[in-house]
Design a protein around this ligand. Structure first.
Ligand SMILES: *Cc1c(COP(=O)(O)O)cnc(C)c1O
Length: 221
């Protein structure tokens, strides 16, 4: 078994155990394998081990890597998970199945325009900067509710959930709990939270998607 296949097996076991411990139904948490900076051959290894859902944080990298993989594996699904520049919105709409980093009105407008033009409507998650960190993408806590309404009502975007990256070195649990509560209040069912170091806590707090890179593919170069 390849190292990637072995890592995937271990992560899937840990996800299943955390899901059971949280008294949540089996299969209620999806694994987004974060393949940023990894070569297409690493993605192929994961595909061979049955992994179909991937996350990339750079649109250009994803656009170079994924079209041939998708052609060979029709079930492949791609999430764009990183801070998204407005001038990359059309490219993101063209290649993504889910855009996890919707966080400002300018981007919402660009995505809505690209969706209308391309006739594709990838689901969107609103990224919330739950720690209100100045350098981090995501809408601030105090603006999250207004932005959610604006994205759905003014821009008509298919907003299906929320995403967050808690501040490094802080207990992530209150951040995950806040995101889950915000989603419930707005009737949103998708919660993308939890990475290699904290996904079990995220699952306990209601994550529907965990985004895991290094624990599957190893350290990034
Ligand atoms: C890189 C990245 C991940 C994966 O992080 P790991 O610690 O490697 O699991 C998850 N989410 C986002 C937004 C990322 O950029």
């Amino acid at each position: 078994m390849s190292a990637i296949a072995e890592n995937l097996r271990r992560i899937r076991d840990r996800i299943a155990e955390a899901t059971a411990r949280a008294n949540r139904p089996p299969g209620s948490v999806q694994l987004v394998a974060v393949s940023k900076t990894q070569p297409a051959s690493a993605v192929e290894e994961a595909l061979a081990a049955g992994q179909l859902l991937f996350g990339e944080n750079r649109v250009q990298e994803a656009a170079a890597k994924f079209p041939p993989l998708r052609a060979a594996h029709p079930g492949l699904r791609l999430h764009i998970i990183g801070g998204l520049q407005t001038n990359k919105a059309a490219d993101a709409v063209a290649i993504a199945d889910v855009i996890e980093s919707l966080d400002r009105p300018k981007l919402a407008a660009a995505l809505a325009k690209a969706m209308a033009k391309q006739g594709r409507r990838p689901a969107c998650l609103v990224q919330v900067n739950t720690g209100d960190e100045p350098q981090k993408s995501g809408v601030r806590r105090s603006e999250a509710e207004a932005f959610l309404r604006q994205a759905r009502e003014e821009f008509g975007l298919p907003v299906e959930g929320l995403m967050c990256i808690p501040p490094l070195g802080e207990d992530p649990r209150p951040h995950f709990a806040y995101l889950a509560e915000l989603a419930a209040r707005h009737g949103l069912r998708t919660l993308s939270m939890g990475m290699s170091g904290d996904f079990e806590i995220a699952i306990a707090e209601g994550a529907t998607h965990v985004r895991i890179g290094t624990a599957i593919f190893g350290a990034r170069g």
